[in-house]
Design a protein around this ligand. Sequence first.
Ligand code: NAD
Length: 501
Amino acid sequence: MVDTNNWIDRADKLTLDIRNFIDGQSVLVAGNQRLNKYSPRDGRLLYSLNCGAIDDVNNAVTNAKQRFDEGQWSQLPLQERKAILCKLADLIEANAEELALLESLDVGKPISAALAMDIPVAAAVIRNNAEAADKLFGKVQPSDNHCLSYQLRKPIGVVAAIVGWNFPLALAALKIGPALIMGNSLIVKPSEISSLSVSRVAQLAVEAGVPKGVFNVVHGAGAIVGSALATHQQVDLLTFTGSTQTGKQLLVASGESNMKRLSLECGGKAPNIIFEDCPEDLDAVADAVVARAFWNQGAVCTASTRLLVQQSIKDKLLPKLVERIEALQPTDPLNPDSAFGALISQQHMEKVLAYIDSGIEQGATLVTGGQQLMAEDGGFYVKPALFDQVNPQQKIAQEEIFGPVLSLLTFKDEEEAITLANNTLYGLSAVVWTQNLARAQRMAHQLVAGSIVIQATVNPSAGPAPGTLAVEGHRQSGFGKENGLEGLETYAVTSSVQFFT
Ligand code: NAD
């Protein structure tokens, strides 16, 4: 009998079979090449899948378009779509343990984090989008007696969602919720290195009442399956979460195909700016800095991996950071006590280690961490690293590492803090620690970031519910609003109607 508290036992009992989900059926992934997925925790083969084929994509898009045109979902009253998607959110919660295990196995994240964060957030995002849509109103132009002018909002048609690997289900949920509640048909392409959870949720969607063929999943390599979606003539909106490099290719693909609409959520290199007038409790500040830089093993688009500290408080803060980072011991992600797991792949681990080497070569001081650990177990574990004396032009200060590497830079005054903070090609998010409210306001105006967190206290009350506050990338972090009422509009088109009587 399986011990339900023993995640390793439960993982051993799983059969991991990656299948597409098209028109309500689980079907084999086509393709002439195998993609092997190795387990982050021990390096053993976890599953393998075919690289995918253009025929899979054509099949999924044709079906999705047909379902859209038939109107079973696209013309269903909004309140009915809402009830079905709320049921899907309930089913995700009811299957949280199964889904969390898949996320932990695929990504190497601690099982406790997948349970506490990934799965509840995915469910909440779908529910919150479903509940928001009937609060979205259109515009009516004041008119004379003979003409009523108004905006009519309609679903776009076929939406393709291509997503990255760091939160496979939660990132997909940020597309599933708004795309479906607005009445579109959807095809999700998960990352080929985190293929486990999304097809399962597409099955749950059918169980919840989403008609077959409305929510499809196609797996495979980005260069084959992703590219076929991006260039497809019948995909009306491509919504993407992934790297800036791929986002740029999607712009070209759209222009060279049918000028499909794009929403691009791309990379980041967030600053965490600590002024000397931050809250006095530097222990709590250090806790938050370490949590923001290293959660999900540093693989978070908004991870604050550039730490900008005012010179006057650096000596007090640094030892507190070192103590906490050294306490972050990578452990088997299936250990329920693990707070820091493994990196997703050998290739990603090598990329992170190469960045650490570059930091040393370019003259920064490695204060702690940065080594591979537990290599004998076969897993991809790296000790969280802290660099001091980082020059703003170094690679570790400029490029997105997407791993557990924190770079500390210092500044003299507010002006220099802003210059340093805005000194990358990204503009995704930023954190500011100050109790000076005038400074906080100035920073919010001057930081180039789509999401800005001001910490005037170390104990903030709860933030907005997942999926409710619209965000958009600046600069090369992408464009197109996600979340909230404005985010829903990304998934709709409007017609202006002049109605003469
Ligand atoms: P990636 O760009 O390598 O891959 C993302 C997706 O794009 C995958 O599904 C991949 O198969 C697909 N893809 C790759 N090449 C493609 C192509 N030529 N055509 C079409 N599709 C293609 O990114 P990743 O490594 O999976 O994810 C990490 C990146 O995602 C980081 O840059 C991170 O900052 C970003 N990210 C951004 C957000 C956000 O909200 N802004 C959230 C999470 C992750």
